[in-house]
Design a protein around this ligand. Sequence first.
Ligand SMILES: [Zn+2]
Length: 120
Amino acid sequence: MSKKIFSEILFGVLIILFGTLIYFDTSPSIYGFPVPKSLGGFLIILGFFWVFYALLNKKKLITTWKKAKEVESIWICPQCLKPEYRQDNPDLKCRVCHTNLEDLDGFYERNPELKENKKI
Ligand SMILES: [Zn+2]
């Protein structure tokens, strides 16, 4: 869990705690000013929404990042050594020799003998 999301959730929890304190206080006040109990209830709900949205955004961020990574990934034909974007070739088969493409990420580490003809 990243630091930012952690502090956002912590902030939400603090709002909930603060709201709870006001809500269960017999004569709630902030800095000596009396406040209505409903403010406590409002803060509790606000805190829950805050935490909920923090978690929701986190999930959205991960999905977006994963999609971006998938679209950007480059694959390569081990025969022709022709690189292609995954999005341009969803079958992941070489258009020339119909060999299965391989993920370029780590390709030359898995096939060190091909390094001499390295084109990309
Ligand atoms: Zn090929």
